[in-house]
Design a protein around this ligand. Structure first.
Ligand SMILES: NC(=O)c1ccc[n+]([C@@H]2O[C@H](COP(=O)([O-])OP(=O)(O)OC[C@H]3O[C@@H](n4cnc5c(N)ncnc54)[C@H](O)[C@@H]3O)[C@@H](O)[C@H]2O)c1
Length: 353
C-alpha cells in the first residue's frame, strides 16, 4: 500500500523574488495557506523579508534556483524586470506567479509568449482582482442578460499616493506610471467583463507630480461588442472612488464602502461594483420612469488567497492558469495603445499578439 505521503503532496515549496510591498503581501498570504510554504526570498537590495520570514535570503535568482530548487516562484520585483525573471524561472522549469504587468511593452510580451510556447512551463499572471467573488458575480449578471445589451462602463480609480511611495526610483520612470502600475488592473477588468477592446483614445498628464511618467489619465474604449467605456484616474487627487477604498482587499486603506468604482449599464439594467446594486425599470422603461434597485448577494473572500490557491493548483499541473501570458499580453496591447493614443493625440487600435 502506498504511504500517505505518496498520496498527499507536502506544502508546495515557493520562493519570492522581490521582497518589497507586494513580496511581503504574498508572504503573508502564503503563511495562511497550508498547501504551500515560503522557502526563500531573492532581493539584491534588502534582506528584511527573508529575515522576518526566517527563510534563506539570496541576492541572485540563479543561485537561489540552484541551491533551493523551489517548486514555484512568485515574481514581485519592479515591472521592467518581470520578463527576464520569468524567463529564467521558466528555463529552470519552475512555474511562476508573475505580478502584473506581465511586461512593460507588447514586444516584451511577445518574447514571453514565444518562450512559453517552447517551454510549456505554467505561468499565472497576478491580476488578482479577477479572482474576487464580486467580479465573478458581476460577470454572471452580464452573462445572464440582466443588463440587456452591455453598452457602457466607467471605471474610476482616483487616489492620493504618499510622496514617499515615489522614493523608489522605478515608480517615477518609464515602465511605471499610474497606467502600468494601477490602470492595468482596471483595463484587465474591463476586458474581463465586456470583452476585447478594439479602439482607444486617451489624454494623460504628469502635471500634478511632475515625473517623467503620467500621474493622471482619461481613457476611452470601444469594445468589440460595440460597447463604449472609460477610465478616469489619478494617483494625486483627493477622492473616495477607487478599488482599494471601495473594496475590502487591503486593510491599510481607509474605506468608502458606499462609493462605487465601476459602473456598468446596458439596455435593460445597470450595476455598481463593488456594491452589486442592480437597477432595472418596471413596466415603463424610459428616462421619466423610476428605476427599481435590487441588492445582489455574493460570498466575499480574499482574492489574494483565492489566487494563491489557484496558483498552487496551476504549479502542480492540476489546472490551467485563469490569466495566462497571452491573455495578460492582450491587456498590455491595450496599455500600449493607450500610451500611443495619448502621445499622438489620435485614436489607436490595439495590435494583439
Ligand atoms: N497585484 C497588485 O495589486 C500589486 C500591487 C502592488 C504592486 N504590484 C506589482 O508588484 C511588483 C512589485 O511592486 P512593489 O510595490 O512591491 O515594489 P517595491 O519597490 O516595494 O518592491 C520591489 C522589490 O524588488 C526588489 N528588487 C529590485 N531589483 C530586483 C532584482 N533584480 N531581483 C529581485 N528583487 C529585486 C527591490 O529591492 C524591492 O524590494 C510590481 O511589478 C508591481 O506592479 C502588484
Amino acid at each position: 500500500m502506498p504511504s500517505l505521503d505518496a498520496i498527499t503532496p507536502g506544502p508546495l515549496r515557493v520562493a519570492i523574488v522581490g521582497g518589497g510591498v507586494m513580496g511581503r503581501q504574498h508572504a503573508g498570504t502564503l503563511s495562511g495557506v497550508p498547501e504551500a510554504k515560503l522557502v526563500a526570498v531573492v532581493d539584491p537590495f534588502q534582506h528584511t523579508l527573508a529575515d522576518d520570514c526566517q527563510v534563506p535570503g539570496f541576492t541572485e535568482l540563479g543561485t537561489m534556483l540552484d541551491s533551493i530548487a523551489p517548486e514555484a516562484v512568485i515574481v514581485a520585483n519592479p515591472n521592467d524586470l518581470h520578463v527576464d525573471t520569468a524567463l529564467q524561472c521558466m528555463a529552470a522549469g519552475v512555474p511562476v506567479l508573475l505580478e502584473k504587468p506581465v511586461a512593460t511593452s507588447l514586444d516584451d510580451c511577445r518574447t514571453l509568449i514565444d518562450a512559453q510556447r517552447r517551454m510549456q512551463v505554467p505561468v499565472l499572471v497576478g491580476h488578482h482582482r479577477r479572482h474576487n467573488p464580486v467580479i465573478a458575480r458581476a460577470r454572471q449578471v452580464i452573462e445572464s442578460g440582466l443588463l440587456g445589451r452591455p453598452s457602457m462602463v466607467t471605471a474610476l480609480w482616483q487616489t492620493k499616493k504618499p510622496d514617499a511611495y515615489f522614493e523608489m526610483r522605478w515608480r517615477r520612470q518609464t515602465g511605471a506610471g499610474v497606467i502600468l502600475i494601477n490602470l492595468v488592473h482596471e483595463t484587465d477588468l474591463l476586458r474581463h467583463l465586456y470583452g476585447e477592446i478594439v479602439e482607444v483614445q486617451a489624454f494623460t498628464s504628469n502635471a500634478l507630480r511632475g515625473f517623467e511618467v503620467e500621474d493622471s489619465a482619461t481613457i476611452s474604449f470601444r469594445f468589440e461588442n460595440g460597447a463604449l467605456g472609460s477610465i478616469i484616474a489619478s494617483d494625486a487627487v483627493a477622492s473616495p472612488w477607487g478599488w482599494e477604498k471601495n473594496l475590502n482587499e487591503v486593510p491599510k486603506f481607509a474605506k468608502e464602502h458606499d462609493q462605487p468604482c465601476i459602473l456598468l449599464s446596458g439596455t435593460e439594467g445597470a450595476l455598481s461594483i463593488p456594491q452589486l446594486k442592480l437597477w432595472r425599470y418596471g413596466e415603463h422603461a424610459d428616462w421619466e420612469a423610476p428605476l427599481f434597485q435590487q441588492q445582489l448577494g455574493h460570498v466575499a473572500d480574499d482574492p489574494q488567497v483565492l489566487q494563491m490557491r489557484h496558483f498552487i493548483r496551476v504549479a502542480r499541473g492540476e489546472t490551467a492558469p485563469l490569466i495566462d501570458i497571452e491573455d495578460a499580453s492582450r491587456t498590455i496591447a491595450v496599455i500600449d495603445a493607450i500610451h500611443l493614443a495619448a502621445r499622438e493625440r489620435r485614436s489607436v487600435k490595439p495590435t494583439y499578439p
